[in-house]
Design a binder for this molecule. Structure first.
Ligand SMILES: CC(C)(COP(=O)(O)OP(=O)(O)OC[C@H]1O[C@@H](n2cnc3c(N)ncnc32)[C@H](O)[C@@H]1OP(=O)(O)O)[C@@H](O)C(=O)NCCC(=O)NCCS
Length: 127
């Protein structure tokens, strides 16, 4: 619905599935307007950190504060899990957005199969 046009545009729908999508502890958050899904992210909890994946807002709804609201909700959920470290592999194009949300680059640039070059970005939350 949202991952495909935003993160895997033009690629087979199967490429939208992530390994841990169906795990019991995986949490999918969605932003809606008039019951239409317009923004998504996924939280993948590990023992002492949580990885955020699949952050996407429909193109026509970007830059309206929806991504920020999703991140705020994600951070609340992570703190509620008793975990204080949230991180993601950020596409270059999304780095300024995450910086605006208080995340910092850790280490150098690296390439992933989808989305080109990325930086790992982290934020220490108050758990
Ligand atoms: C990145 C993305 C999720 C951000 O969501 P969004 O709803 O557009 O972001 P918001 O409107 O909540 O922006 C929050 C702040 O970040 C800023 N921001 C957002 N995208 C930005 C960008 N590309 N460059 C600079 N600043 C940006 C906004 O201006 C806003 O700042 P403000 O509070 O000073 O106004 C969205 O643009 C998107 O889906 N992009 C394409 C997919 C993608 O790159 N996903 C991330 C994969 S790692």
């Amino acid at each position: 619905m949202v991952r495909h046009p935003v993160l895997r545009n033009g690629l087979p729908i199967e490429t939208c599935a992530f390994d841990r999508d169906e795990d019991n502890d995986t949490l999918h958050l969605g932003a809606y307007t008039d019951k239409k899904l317009i923004g998504v992210l996924t939280l993948l909890p590990n023992a002492s950190d949580v990885q955020l994946r699949g952050m996407a807002v429909l193109p026509e709804m970007q830059k309206l504060g929806i991504g920020y609201q999703l991140i705020l909700e994600a951070e609340k959920r992570v703190v509620h899990m008793g975990i204080s470290l949230l991180w993601m592999n950020a596409r270059l194009i999304a780095v300024p957005f995450y910086e605006r949300c208080g995340y910092q680059k850790q280490g150098g640039k690296f390439r992933l199969p989808y989305g080109g070059d990325h930086y790992k970005m982290i934020k220490q939350l108050c758990a």
